[in-house]
Design a protein around this ligand. Structure first.
Ligand SMILES: Cc1ncc(C[n+]2csc(CCOP(=O)(O)OP(=O)(O)O)c2C)c(N)n1
Ligand SMILES: [Mg+2]
Length: 536
């Protein structure tokens, strides 16, 4: 037994535990046996998922809700390729996680011997998806790479990190003992704000656009918004930075024409912690802007992208905006003349069709069942697209969506991860009938872990968004209707609770009950029922 305590596999697990990682999602295999041996006696909690994609999405949800990174252990080859979709999602939304993979034996690497779980070049595959990817060939490598990987989470942009290690090294002895790495915190300071403040002072129609990178700057944005009599629009990741009922907050409405016109009207736009990416704006690649553009970002590359900023501020959003807010003179102006956010929201809402109103009715029913800090993890489904804007929140981090990479299958495993990080939080998964099938197997993980989780399946018996896009483009409907299982019966067969909610009240009641139920509850809501109710 004692020789097993001094292996590199043991060292990896100890290093993770000593450096604050307390949860690992994964599926063991023959290649990772020596990573799993130390787990039995370690402080790390292991959650067995049903597919490596589930491990990645769960680690993502864990980090989004708690701000803490989790680990995932995957086997060489298919274990890695299976988790990559979730890594792509975490990369595009700047979510930290540390993935540890085995590789086939050292001597075989890149030689194409045809060994078990062989990839032509496993490292190259990881390199092209993770923000940080290293290969360890010794215990010293493990220490140095893990130190750098954990430090990378505090760097300019947080991205998922990867460490691979040949399986024959996992059982090798090492004299190294786990150490706590020094804190590599490097919060950048805001610089050169003067000119930007002057531009804001001169502006007659100032607008703030805030993204996920501004989440810690809520109080300063609130202050600026009031002093400048300005409007705020957020991305989905920035949703709730300022209470969405604030009279200046038009919410996560970038994809809507009315908001885009308002931004074009602004004579100064302060864009903070946002890529203003195509996936923030949706129907155009580039927002029309005519005013001066001030950008605040920790990433120098963002400050030099296709939006040519008049003023670039490299640094921490909170530091920069706090200084701006204290420098500007309070005034009455654009918002007083052009009306509160609610009047702009009514103009946006007036463009919604009947189906969208049915989705909003269901979103309101979900909202009604959740306590103030309840959070939703959504999938790529029509109800979530409108929810990005219409689900009302008064704080950040309550509405989560696979924004940038836009992958199906995210909601259920991400919600499981969030619930593991914060078991006392009310968390809901919201997925479409097609998307939920990608990772429905993770319902078994939730059953096994006895996680009280409402899993709402918004069923329109179609790949609804794609069908609508085909119809709009005059394309015959191909591959947009799929046969669904009986969701309620399927969930029951997993050992989960399950119920059909036929209207908004039933949906609210079902969610309320399932927040405290032992184990998960699949709640099927059929769009057609909500549309009918809405018409009555
Ligand atoms: C991995 C992946 N494959 C394909 C797509 C393309 N896609 C986006 S939405 C969608 C339809 C999803 O249907 P459903 O989950 O039922 O949601 P609905 O649009 O009907 O609300 C598809 C296929 C995607 N986003 N991700
Ligand atoms: Mg659907």
């Amino acid at each position: 037994m004692s020789q097993h305590r001094n292996t590199i596999g043991h060292y990896i697990v100890e290093l993770l535990a000593v450096n604050g990682i307390d949860t690992v999602f994964g599926i063991p295999g023959v290649h990772t046996l020596e990573l799993y041996r130390p787990l039995a006696d370690s402080a790390l909690r292991h959650i067995l998922v049903r597919h490596e994609q589930g491990a990645g999405f769960s680690a993502d949800g864990f980090a989004r809700i708690s701000g803490r990174p989790a680990a995932a252990f995957v086997i060489s080859g298919p274990g890695l390729s299976n988790i990559l979709t979730a890594v792509g999602q975490a990369y595009s939304d700047s979510v930290p996680m540390i993935v540890i993979a085995s590789t086939p034996v050292c001597a075989s690497l890149t030689k194409g011997w045809g060994v078990l779980h062989e990839l032509r070049n496993q490292h190259a595959l990881a390199q092209s998806v993770f923000g940080f990817a290293r290969t360890a060939l010794s215990a010293e490598d493990v220490r140095d790479h893990l130190r750098a990987a954990l430090a990378s989470f505090k760097g300019v942009r947080t991205r998922p990190a990867y460490l691979e290690i040949p399986l024959d090294l996992l059982s090798k002895p090492t004299a190294l003992r786990a150490e706590r790495f020094a804190d590599a915190g490097n919060t950048p300071q805001a610089v050169n704000l003067h000119a930007a403040i002057e531009a804001l002072e001169e502006a007659k129609r100032p607008m703030i656009i805030a993204g996920g990178g501004a989440r810690a700057a809520g109080a300063a944005i609130h202050d600026l918004l009031d002093k400048l009599d300005a409007y705020l629009v957020t991305t989905t990741a920035g949703k709730g930075i300022v209470n969405e009922s604030h009279p200046g907050n038009i919410g996560a409405s970038l994809p809507y024409r009315h908001t885009q016109e308002l931004i074009a009207e602004a004579d100064a736009v302060l864009a903070v912690g946002t890529e203003i990416a195509e996936t923030d704006v949706y129907n155009v690649t580039r927002l029309p802007m005519r005013g001066k553009l001030i950008r605040v970002d920790v990433d120098p590359l963002k400050l030099s992208d296709h939006y040519q900023a008049d003023f670039r501020i490299l640094g921490d959003a909170n530091a920069a905006l706090t200084e701006m807010a204290s420098a500007v003179t309070p005034r009455q102006g654009w918002r007083t003349q052009s009306g509160p956010a609610a009047s702009h929201r009514s103009r946006i809402n007036a463009t919604f069709d009947h189906a969208t109103h049915a989705r909003i009715a269901a979103l309101n029913a979900i909202r009604a069942a959740l306590p103030v800090d309840g959070a939703v993890f959504s999938d790529m489904t029509q109800i979530a697209y409108v929810g990005n804007y219409a689900f009302a929140v008064d704080k950040p981090n309550l509405w989560h969506h696979p924004s940038g990479y836009g992958t199906l299958g995210y909601a259920l495993p991400a919600a499981i991860g969030a619930k593991i990080a914060e078991p006392d939080r009310a968390i809901v998964a919201l997925a479409g009938d097609f998307g939920v099938m990608f990772t429905l197997s993770e319902l078994m993980t939730a059953v096994e872990e006895k996680i009280s989780l409402p899993v709402i399946v918004w069923n329109n018996a179609a790949l609804g968004q794609i069908r609508d896009d085909m119809v709009a483009a005059g394309i015959g409907e191909v591959g947009v209707v799929a046969q669904n299982p009986d969701f309620v019966a399927t969930a029951k067969a997993f050992g989960a609770n399950a119920v059909l909610a036929r209207n908004a009240d039933e949906l609210t009641r079902a969610i309320t009950r399932s927040l405290d139920a032992p184990g998960p509850t699949l709640i099927e809501a059929r769009e057609i029922d909500f549309a009918l109710t809405d018409r009555q």
